[in-house]
Design a protein around this ligand. Structure first.
Ligand code: G6P
Length: 372
């Protein structure tokens, strides 16, 4: 087993370090000689993909947060409405699904029972299903109209890490492919976005190399009883994923919030010393996202929060309000989840280790939930 872990203390640690390659491999071989994006395994007719009027992403757990991230990108690039729904909620609520609905099922294992049942239900209603799957030969791709494989390699640790980044990457590829097919973006715009994606493995590597500071912070917080996570836009699902990782691995109460919801309740939770992670978008974005998040940090800091801020290199605006800063390389906002998630994974892992817990096999959890 020690050899399988490649010298790392746990599979999770190894899989966190596998992430640059997982993302890189998921991007490999996706363009033809003219640089046009092609998704080989997409056996759905182009005319059908041109006519869809809605996308529903179905998934469970971490894969569902990948879907939430993808929604921001796909709607922005393709101007198709995207809903994201937990597979077990979708199945039991009589969802509106037609021949013009594209269902995207995201699953690492390809075996999650609720996701499989949701796929069957969608197809019975006449929808086309594309699955984004990591495990070759699993059930869900066999029951889908088409499959887009993430090439993360086997993920052994129960808590998902490299599968998550690869799922976001694959869903972005699908978004760009649809934008190309439906003429929402010019070829040079697609090329620019593909170049940004291809540059991500190198930047993910940089974030991993800065992991020791995150680990030290986590060790100093091993007695925390509650940690909150805030984000806006794509930072919101990243916050939810950060909270999920901490629950799964360290058995600490954790919640992710949309930063804009603070005033509608969560701010009542803030008292002296309450740790709060905040995912800060790029200050170079064209909208006011960044300044909104900076004011959210100010608000919680003024009420005593201990602020743990994930921000872009050189973002001086956050310095006065941050107790700790975890820097990530500059990238456009839509690409930031591929970086900002990494410190949150390392934090949860290191805190669980400091508590003496088994990070690969947390209590009560299974890698793949194949029962209802
Ligand atoms: C379990 C795992 C999670 C995973 C979820 C969905 O709960 O512990 O890490 O996100 O199942 O699994 P899937 O294989 O469908 O991605």
């Amino acid at each position: 087993a020690a050899a399988e872990k490649g010298g790392f203390a746990s599979f999770m640690d190894k899989e966190i370090h596998d992430q640059p390659q997982a993302v890189g491999d998921t991007l490999l071989g996706r363009t033809d000689v003219d640089g046009r994006l092609m998704l080989d395994d997409l056996r759905i007719e182009e005319s059908v993909l041109r006519s869809i009027d809605k996308i529903i992403v179905i998934a469970c757990g971490t894969a569902a947060y990948a879907g939430h991230v993808a929604k921001y990108a796909i709607e922005h690039w393709c101007r198709i409405p995207v809903e994201v729904e937990l597979a077990h909620e979708f199945r039991y609520r009589d969802p509106i699904v037609t021949e013009k609905t594209l269902v995207v099922a995201i699953t690492q294992s390809g075996e999650t029972m609720d996701t499989l049942m949701a796929v069957r239900h969608a197809r019975e209603q006449g929808a086309k299903v594309i699955s984004i799957v990591n495990t070759n030969g699993s059930t869900i791709p066999r029951e889908s109209d088409a499959v887009l494989y993430t090439h993360a390699g086997p993920e052994i640790a129960v808590a998902s890490t490299k599968a998550f980044l690869s799922q976001i990457t694959a869903a972005y590829l699908l978004g760009l492919y649809l934008a190309q097919l439906r003429g929402n973006k010019f070829p040079d715009e697609i090329n620019t976005l593909m170049d940004e994606l291809r540059d991500m493995p190198r930047k993910i590597q940089t974030v991993i190399e800065r992991g020791e500071y995150v680990r030290a912070t986590a060790r100093s917080m091993k007695d925390a009883s509650s940690v909150l996570f805030l984000g806006r836009h794509v930072g919101f699902p990243v916050a939810m994923e950060g909270a999920l990782k901490l629950k799964e691995l360290a058995y600490i109460h954790a919640e992710g919030f949309a930063a804009g919801e603070l005033k509608h309740g969560p701010i009542a939770l803030i008292d002296e010393g309450q740790p709060v992670f905040v995912v800060v978008p790029s200050p170079r974005g064209r909208d006011s996202l960044h300044s909104k998040v900076v004011s959210n940090i100010q608000e919680i800091r003024a009420r005593g929060a201990r602020t743990l801020v994930i921000a872009e290199d050189g973002d001086d605006a956050v310095r006065p309000y941050a107790d700790e800063i975890f820097w990530v390389p500059p990238v456009p906002t839509l690409m930031q989840p591929l970086l900002a998630t990494v410190p949150l994974q390392i934090f949860a892992m290191a805190l669980a280790e400091a508590k003496g817990l088994d990070v690969d096999q947390p209590r009560n959890l299974a890698k793949s939930v194949t029962v209802e």
